[in-house]
Design a protein around this ligand. Structure first.
Ligand SMILES: *Cc1c(COP(=O)(O)O)cnc(C)c1O
Length: 395
């Protein structure tokens, strides 16, 4: 693909400022109480009794799944949307469990609930993972009503929805246990990081036990995070972003299936970076919402049955007419540096190492979505001028 030199928008960004890094340093010197304080704040804001801060959303999911499997050892399959982030099957495999897919409802990013109900008869299903992809609300409460009396848990994947609310309810608290990601390109970032929330004491205690057994960041790994934070704070700016983007070894924006990743407790540096998170998330939300409303103003609709209210998105997903249109839009975006991304490359059954998932099964809606979806940037670096270029391209 042709390289674009000059102003280039990243697809998603929760900017890290110099003062966040200073605050990270302060956290580092204050030590682990910084992490404890962050967890207490989260418990209070989300009204839950248990909260754990770890090194990534994937790590959070592994700990959750292992805890649930300990509570229901006879159940070892995890039911997820056939179109989602590759980190989700990576975490399931890492937890030693089996992936089960459910297709999506046509024109949405949420489960096809008829398909979902058929699968719930399977006594091996441990939990279902409704997912707020791009921040678009999935109906986690409907899943909960369907499954809880069957002894199946609901894990709410709010990796992309930290700070988001829908119908007055805070995402991350709608299932039996929920998770956020604080990775690069998520709603709020501490370079990398993950949060587990639950109000269920059984689940909370099972996770707490596991937390006691995992390591924190070593000095070297902590230094890597600090250097990465400094690099990110500089390179995420549109006038500089073309540079890291043009370096193929950085693999920016690529999605991989990879079950080998570290599982650590969050470092005090990262908890320090998160300081003031409520206010920062509030400000980010407001800017993104303003940009999303401007995009909606072009008549560009979301793949969802939501009514007139625009939710707290971190990117604005759009289903295009066909794969050719998608290729064309991505080519134009690339040459103009507009930050439009193609979403995940394929449905989960298309991951070569998970080929067993397609034995006798197909997920046509998820495949179709993978072919036609693009995500428009709405982060704080997106200017009115950018939206005036992006909007007309999509209609
Ligand atoms: C990013 C993401 C994860 C994993 O979070 P990491 O912090 O990147 O490990 C899980 N689920 C979804 C839907 C995500 O977007």
């Amino acid at each position: 693909m042709a390289m674009h030199i000059g102003r280039t928008l990243p697809p998603a960004a929760a900017p890290l400022h110099f003062k966040d890094i200073i605050s990270g340093w302060a956290g580092l010197f204050e030590g682990v109480i910084t992490v404890g304080r962050f967890e207490e704040e989260l418990k209070e804001v989300y009204g839950v009794r248990h909260c754990f801060a770890v090194s990534s959303g994937k790590a959070a999911l592994v700990l959750i799944l292992q805890a649930l499997n300990e509570l229901s050892p006879e159940r070892d399959e995890v039911l997820i949307p056939a179109y989602t982030c590759y980190s989700v099957p990576s975490a399931i495999v890492r937890a030693g469990l089996k992936v089960r897919l459910c297709d999506l409802a046509s024109g949405t990013l949420d489960f096809d609930f008829d398909r979902l109900e058929e699968q719930l008869e399977n006594p091996r299903i441990l939990c279902v993972i409704p997912t707020h992809l791009f921040g678009l609300p999935a109906d986690a409460e409907r899943v909960k009503r369907l499954v809880n009396h069957r002894g199946i848990f609901v894990v709410e994947d709010a990796a992309q929805a930290m700070g988001a609310e829908w119908n007055g309810k805070k995402m991350g608290t709608l299932g039996d246990v929920g998770l956020f990601s604080m990775g690069r390109g998520k709603a709020f970032s501490t370079v990398e990081g993950g949060i587990i929330l639950t109000d269920n004491d059984l689940i909370g205690r099972a996770i707490e036990k596991r937390m006691g057994a995992i390591a924190g960041y070593g000095a070297f790994d902590c230094l890597k995070v600090i250097l990465y934070a400094v690099a990110l704070s500089l390179l995420i700016h549109p006038w500089v972003y073309w540079l890291p983007k043009s370096l193929p070894f950085l693999k920016l924006g690529e999605t991989h299936f990879d079950p080998s990743f570290p599982i650590r407790r969050l470092s005090s540096f990262q908890a320090g970076v998160a300081k003031g998170w409520k206010k920062k998330i509030g400000e980010l939300k407001e800017v993104r919402l303003k940009n999303a409303r401007k995009i909606a103003g072009y008549g560009i609709t979301l793949p969802a049955v939501l009514g007139a209210v625009i939710p707290g998105l971190i990117r604005y997903p759009v289903l295009l007419a066909d794969v050719e249109t998608k290729k064309k839009i991505l080519r134009i975006s690339e040459s103009m540096g507009l930050g439009i991304s193609g979403g995940y490359p394929d449905s989960i059954d298309g991951i070569a190492k998970l080929a067993y998932l397609s034995n006798g099964n197909s997920f046509p809606v998820a495949k179709d979505i993978a072919e036609r979806i693009v995500a428009l940037p709405v982060h704080p670096f997106v200017s009115d001028c950018d939206i005036q270029k992006i909007g007309p391209l999509l209609i």
